[in-house]
Design a protein around this ligand. Structure first.
Ligand SMILES: [Cu+2]
Length: 500
């Protein structure tokens, strides 16, 4: 195991985002400010590719390759102010980022210009999140995957006015996982998110500290937030222009807010914490070498044992942790994380040094769907349906004043969720439930794949598929469940469950 001692010098050369510092790119030689700009032409192309929304996901607007000219930005680690009682200060604010040379892009971020810090909490700690809205519009702070009282969950009921702040206090009581946070205001989630409001939460516990997994933040334990965006001719994140009811996708990849990123790492085992932080795009991550890697965690915790994978698909909101063994490569190797269509997402530059070569742990968790859970009857049925901006759950759009379901605190129920196809076939809906981690009991009556036999809070439901989930809420309050294609959420593919 590598020492966990914080070696600040190692970080001196790494861009820190606090938020996120700017990352630069060469100016676009083809920039044309005449009436029909290059950008407009590109958009026409994009429009023609996306005018049929159902096509937009089976054949989405292509992402451009990362040419790897900028070192990946790393979010700052936000540790608590202990003397004040484990307070974490999180400010939603406006900023600008120079993604492209000579262009100031207006952005939103937490504690910085774009994205936010990694909030690191320990199981058992009572913590306070002091959330501040420095935007010029209302927002909320939602903790995706955190198990906490509905009061603090930051759904659309918990809107914070500009200039106001709020304290969320709770005791961390769930296993180690990579979670995240983002805004959730009614009807405005997509736009605030598109402009940069999102960050990670790491829950650590005794298990995660003792497994011997790579855990040197920024050295061999790397957060990776994948987002596709479209920039207009003035290099702005002009959401209203690019908005698509079937899910807004872009041709430009940002990883941790870095355009054309590369990641310099040592010749050792490296843990990558992957978050699909896009509004709507799905990614299938694989290595260009064809080599496999080990998946160690799902959304909400470790798998029981590492699972060897050749690729992993993540829909918006989903996470996975993987270990890639870079010790078999060297400085001359051409290694990159690529997408299903071979788009280069993140090229790696490999240094010769590196010490993390310890064997993979074999017993990481004790996750199981119990016989009792398998014998429970279905008590809640949900049918997802979407056609353009008409998106519903059980035929209804979201209504803040309607409670759709109730459930008793600490009682396990079986939810059955069906994605009803439409005439065109339909779309994959990433379905997310707030305030808890759940278990997949079955998919169309069959066991889920091994790498989904772990705690989940977001699942990719294909058209025609039926998932059975075992769900227990440990806290009380009102929680949202919704599609994590954020335009579907904003258009009403969302409901609420009251836990009492
Ligand atoms: Cu959806």
């Amino acid at each position: 195991m590598k020492s966990r001692i914080w070696i600040t010098s190692l970080f001196a050369s790494i861009l820190i985002i606090g938020g996120c510092s700017s990352s630069k790119s060469e100016p676009d030689d083809n920039m044309d400010h005449s009436n029909m700009s290059h950008d407009d032409m590109k958009m026409e192309e994009a429009d023609s590719q996306t005018e049929n929304g159902h096509m937009s996901h089976t054949n989405p607007l292509a992402l451009t390759d990362s040419i790897g000219e900028n070192e990946l930005a790393l979010p700052a680690l936000l540790e608590p102010e202990k003397e004040k009682g484990n307070v974490y200060n999180i400010v939603a604010q406006k900023g600008t980022v120079e993604f492209f040379d000579g262009y100031q892009t207006e952005t939103l971020g937490y504690n910085g210009s774009f994205l936010g810090p990694v909030i690191r909490v320990n199981r058992g700690d009572t913590v306070k999140f002091r959330t501040v809205n420095d935007l010029s519009e209302e927002t909320t702070f939602h903790w995706h995957g955190l198990d906490l009282p509905g009061e603090g969950d930051g759904g659309p009921h918990k809107s914070i006015k500009p200039g106001k702040s709020e304290i969320v206090e709770f005791t961390v009581d769930q296993q180690a996982a990579t979670l995240w946070f983002h805004p959730h205001p009614e009807g405005k989630t997509s736009e605030q998110f598109y402009k940069g409001l999102a960050g990670l939460i790491y829950v650590e516990d005794e298990n995660s500290k003792n497994l011997g997994l790579p855990s040197d933040y920024g050295v061999n334990d790397i957060p990776l937030i994948f987002q596709d965006r479209q920039f207009d001719g003035g290099k702005q994140l002009n959401y209203q222009r690019f908005k698509n009811d079937d899910g807004t996708i872009g041709d430009t990849l940002l990883v941790n807010g870095t355009l054309n990123p590369k990641l310099t790492i040592s010749k050792e085992k490296v843990r990558l914490r992957l978050l699909n932080g896009s509004n709507a795009r799905n990614y299938t991550f694989k290595l260009n070498t064809g080599d496999s890697f080990e998946q160690i965690a799902t959304d909400g915790g470790f798998l029981n044992t590492p699972e060897t994978m050749n690729e992993i698909t993540l829909t918006p909101g989903e996470r996975a942790e993987v270990i890639v063994d870079f010790s078999k490569y060297d400085a001359t190797s051409n290694v990159a994380l690529i997408n299903e269509d071979n788009t280069i997402l993140l090229p790696f530059k490999i240094n010769e040094v590196g010490t993390e070569t310890s064997d993979m742990p074999q017993n990481m968790n004790d996750f199981a769907v119990t016989d009792e859970e398998r014998s429970l009857p279905v008590s809640k049925k949900l049918e997802l349906f979407g056609m353009g901006n008409m998106v519903t759950i059980n035929g209804k759009r979201f209504d803040m004043n309607r409670i759709d379901f109730t459930q008793k605190q600490s009682e396990t129920e079986i939810w059955e969720i069906y994605n009803k196809p439409d005439m065109m076939g339909g779309m994959v809906h990433p379905f997310h439930i707030h305030g808890t981690q759940f278990k997949i009991v079955s998919i169309d009556g069959k066991e889920p794949p091994v790498n989904e036999q772990g705690w989940k809070d977001t699942i990719a439901i294909e058209p025609g598929e039926t998932f059975k989930l075992a769900i227990k809420f440990n806290n009380k309050g009102i929680y949202m469940y919704h599609c994590h294609i954020l335009e579907h959420e904003d258009n009403g593919m969302m409901g609420q469950v009251l836990v009492e």
